[in-house]
Design a protein around this ligand. Structure first.
Ligand SMILES: Cc1ncc(COP(=O)(O)O)c(C=O)c1O
Length: 379
C-alpha cells in the first residue's frame, strides 16, 4: 500500500471554487489571477526573444540581465544591495522559491512559525521537510500580529518564521514597527525568515511596502521571495525569484538546482528588458487601487462590511449582517445561486476558523468587477 507523505492534502479550494463557478456560470472572483491581458510590450518582448533564439537552458541562477535589473530595483526601492552573482536566483514562480527556501533551512524536528490565515504552499513544504508548524492565529478585521505572542512561541527548536506582506488573503501590510519587532525577536537567535513579498507592488493609499530587506538585521536572515506573475499580470509564466545573502543563497541554489535547475529562458530576457522602464512597476499600485475602488464602489449599499484592502489584489468582505451561515456554505451559495464566486477565509486556517469573511479577487476587468459588485450590492 502506497503511504502518502501528505495524507490530508487534497484538491485545493481554488480549483474547487473555479470549477463550481464554471459549472454555474458564476463570475469568478475566487482564484487570484488577472482575467485581462498583460502589457502588449511585454508580450511582444517574449515573442522577440524566443524568435531570436533565446530558447535553451538559462544559467542555473537565472539570466544575468534579469538578476542585474532586480539588484538595481531592490537598491532603488528599499536601499538594500544584493549581489546579482551570488545573492539573486530566478525561480519558477515564487512557489518554487518558497519551497526551496524552506527545504534549504528546515530539517526534521525544526519548528516553523506560520501566521494564519496562510497561503497554502507553506505547510506542505514544512511537512515534507519534517518540520513542525507552530501556528499563530490572526483575526478579522485587522489581522495584526501580536509580536509578544510571537516571542512567547519561540523555542530552542524554532528555525524559521514565514511572513507575507502585502498579505494574501487579508490585504493587510507590514509597518516599520512590524519589521522592528520582528528584528528584535530574531536578532540573536539562529532563526531564518521567508519573506513572501509577491504583492510588493500591489499596495494602496500611499502606503510603502516594508520589505524585510529594509531592516539590516532581517536582511541577513531572509529569503525574500517575489513573483513577476503578480506584478505584471502574467501568472502563467511562473517566473519568480529569491533574494538572500550569499551564505543562504548557496544553500538555496543547491535545492533550486535539483528542483528545476533553471527557468523559462525567453521570459527572463523579456522581463529584464521590461524592468528597464521603472514606470512599468511604479504604475502598478494606482492601477490596482483603482480596481479595488471600482469593486468597493459597486457594492455600495449592500449588507457587506469591510476595511479597504491595503495591499494584494484581494478584498475581504464580512457578511455578518446578512446571514449566520458559515463561510464555506455561504461562498458555495453565492457561487451556485447568486452568481459570484469567492473564497471562504476559513480555508486558510488549519482549523478552518469561520469568521464570516469571504475573499474576493479584484484583479479582473472593470466590467466583471461592476457586474459582480452589482449582484452583491443587492444582498
Ligand atoms: C502569497 C502568495 N505567495 C506566493 C504565491 C505564488 O506565486 P507564483 O505564482 O509566482 O508561484 C502566491 C500566488 O497566489 C501568493 O498569493
Amino acid at each position: 500500500m502506497f503511504k502518502s507523505k501528505l495524507p490530508h492534502i487534497g484538491t485545493t479550494i481554488f480549483t474547487t471554487m473555479s470549477a463550481l463557478a464554471a459549472e454555474h456560470g458564476a463570475l469568478n472572483l475566487s482564484q487570484g489571477f488577472p482575467n485581462f491581458a498583460a502589457d502588449p510590450e511585454l508580450l511582444g518582448l517574449l515573442g522577440t526573444f524566443s524568435a531570436n533564439g533565446f530558447n535553451q537552458y538559462a544559467p542555473m541562477a537565472g539570466v544575468k540581465e534579469l538578476r542585474d535589473q532586480l539588484s538595481l530595483k531592490t537598491k532603488k526601492l528599499y536601499g538594500a544591495y544584493y549581489d546579482p552573482e551570488t545573492e539573486i536566483t530566478i525561480t519558477s514562480g515564487a512557489t518554487e522559491a518558497i519551497f526551496a527556501a524552506i527545504a534549504a533551512t528546515i530539517s526534521a524536528g525544526d519548528e516553523v512559525i506560520v501566521f494564519e490565515p496562510a497561503y497554502d504552499s507553506y505547510l506542505p513544504a514544512i511537512e515534507l521537510c519534517g518540520g513542525t508548524p507552530i501556528y499563530i492565529t490572526l483575526h478579522y478585521p485587522h489581522f495584526e500580529i501580536d509580536w509578544d505572542l510571537v516571542k512567547s512561541k519561540i523555542s530552542p527548536k524554532t528555525k524559521m518564521i514565514i511572513v507575507n506582506t502585502p498579505h494574501n488573503p487579508t490585504g493587510s501590510v507590514f509597518s516599520e514597527d512590524d519589521l522592528t519587532a520582528l528584528a528584535k525577536i530574531v536578532a540573536d537567535r539562529d532563526i531564518y525568515l521567508v519573506g513572501d513579498e509577491v504583492y510588493e507592488h500591489i499596495i494602496f493609499d500611499g502606503l510603502l511596502h516594508h520589505s524585510l530587506c529594509i531592516n539590516t538585521v532581517l536582511k541577513e536572515k531572509s529569503f525574500i521571495c517575489g513573483s513577476f506573475g503578480k506584478t505584471f499580470h502574467i501568472t502563467g509564466w511562473k517566473i519568480g525569484y529569491c533574494l538572500a545573502p550569499k551564505q543562504l543563497s548557496v544553500e538555496f541554489r543547491k535545492i533550486h538546482q535539483y528542483l528545476t535547475f533553471s527557468t523559462f529562458t525567453p521570459a527572463q530576457y523579456a522581463l529584464a528588458k521590461y524592468l528597464e522602464n521603472e514606470n512599468n512597476y511604479l504604475s502598478i499600485p494606482d492601477f490596482y487601487q483603482r480596481k479595488r475602488d471600482v469593486f468597493l464602489d459597486s457594492i455600495a449599499g449592500s449588507g457587506f462590511e469591510y476595511i479597504p484592502s491595503k495591499g494584494s489584489f484581494f478584498q475581504n468582505l464580512t457578511y455578518r449582517n446578512i446571514t449566520n451561515a458559515n463561510d464555506a456554505e455561504y461562498a458555495t451559495h453565492l457561487t451556485k445561486t447568486v452568481g459570484v464566486a469567492s473564497i471562504p477565509i476559513s480555508v486558510f486556517y488549519h482549523q478552518k476558523l469561520d469568521q464570516k469573511v469571504l475573499r474576493f479577487c479584484f484583479a479582473k476587468d472593470d466590467e466583471t468587477l461592476q457586474k459582480a459588485g452589482g449582484i452583491l450590492s443587492k444582498l
